[in-house]
Design a protein around this ligand. Structure first.
Ligand code: GLA
Length: 387
């Protein structure tokens, strides 16, 4: 990819660009906890978007999306939200706008990007676009933004310019990722700790449902509101409470009669999911990979029945996996309503499991299942051209 983009850049723009790679992410456990100021346990993986970028001395930002084979020019003085076939540019334009809002000048530049992160698979190609461009601009124009500023402005670009109210997990994992380690991020104060993911005889495998149900974004926002409502109600009695992070099961149960049952159900899931992140980190420290897997199954059960963000395709994959002796953990990953499941599978069993589940999934959905064996890699970084 780097070679292809470099050649394209030389041909189109006749300049030497800076190269940045920006990875996809997984999450071991801790789903829907980020916007509830809880814990998540993500990592960057070996699928990425590569950027080639250089200043161009015009008054236009010029983008070429290699995978889509589309070109777009935007005047530097008028960054407007794009619709239809140019909507891909919003992730990039949102980033430029946020950098400007921080008080920096972003001069005109040329940018070609492309990669292998499947879109709509819940692997955060959007965060890869945002954080990748943010680092590329930071580096090209020597702005001096630090990693946390890049994370925050990228999340803001997605919230405000793209219009998706995501939490901070994806951008954080993308930028702070470290090879062979998972990051336990405390979304309340953004403190974080790396844990080595020593899988010994096991492998991380993603199974891509190939579906992305349209409910995803409206239901995501509804879940956020339901959690906020839970906090709002309990706050009437305990004014110091700011988020579900400040509520444990004892408090939640003490106010059960004051909460609509669906709200209690959602809040109960989040509180348990936070605890699961802590339990998984302890298990990682003890090199107890079986407990990690067991917690993944528990998380899926909660996401399916309590938080209700799964879908038949995800449930099919997880229950098929649960019945295979070589799989020790499986669950839906990300926002839900489609995308991938994440699976912990005994290495020697991967090949035959993948074959069986591909056939079964095809009979169930008529969709051919994409599977990805993933490695945990470093976060977004500048790449040496010689590579
Ligand atoms: C999406 C969002 C994240 C997070 C997950 C659910 O991926 O972008 O911020 O909320 O859903 O854990």
């Amino acid at each position: 990819m780097i070679k292809t983009l470099l050649q394209e850049f030389h041909t189109q723009f006749d300049q030497e660009p800076l190269i940045v790679r920006s990875p996809a992410r997984i999450n071991i456990i801790g789903e829907h906890t980020d916007y509830n100021l809880g814990f998540v346990l993500p990592a960057a993986i070996d699928m990425e978007i590569v950027f080639a970028i250089a200043p161009n001395q015009t008054n236009h930002y010029r983008f070429f999306a290699h995978n889509l084979d589309r070109y777009l020019e935007i005047p530097t003085h008028s960054i407007m939200r794009q619709v239809g076939t140019s909507a891909w540019a919003n992730y990039l334009l949102g980033v430029i706008q946020q950098i400007q809002l921080l008080g920096y000048q972003v001069p005109a530049f040329d940018c070609i990007f492309g990669g292998d992160i499947p879109k709509g698979a819940g692997l955060s190609s959007s965060a890869a676009l945002e954080c990748g461009l943010a680092l590329a601009i930071n580096q090209t124009f020597g702005l001096g933004l630090d990693k946390l500023q890049i994370v925050k402005l990228s999340q803001k670009a997605e919230n405000e310019f793209v219009g998706v109210k995501c939490g901070i997990m994806d951008q954080f994992a993308n930028t702070f990722g470290r090879a062979n380690q998972v990051i336990r991020l405390d979304c309340r104060n953004l403190s974080y700790q790396y844990f080595p993911l020593e899988l010994s005889d096991y492998q991380l495998v993603l199974l891509d449902t190939g579906v992305h149900h349209s409910l995803a974004s409206s239901e995501y926002n509804t879940r956020r509101q339901q959690c906020e409502e839970g906090v709002h109600i309990i706050k009437k009695y305990l004014p110091d409470i700011q988020s579900l992070r400040d509520i444990d099961n004892v408090i939640l149960d003490a106010y059960k009669d004051h909460l609509p049952s669906i709200i209690w159900q959602r809040c109960n899931f989040i509180i348990k999911e936070n605890q699961r992140v802590i339990d998984v980190c302890k298990a990682l420290e003890m090199k107890d990979i079986h407990t990690v897997g067991k917690k993944m199954f528990e998380a899926h059960h909660g996401l399916q029945y309590d938080y209700e963000v799964s879908c038949p395709e995800l449930d099919f994959l997880v229950s098929f996996a649960a019945n295979d002796a070589s799989v020790i953990g499986a669950r839906m990953m990300g926002g839900g309503f489609g995308g991938c499941t994440i699976n912990l599978i005994k290495k020697e069993g991967v090949e035959s499991f993948v074959q069986k589940i591909k056939e079964a999934y095809f009979s169930y959905t008529s969709i051919s299942l994409q599977t990805y064996i993933v490695k945990i890699v470093d976060g977004t970084q500048v790449i040496n051209h010689e590579l």
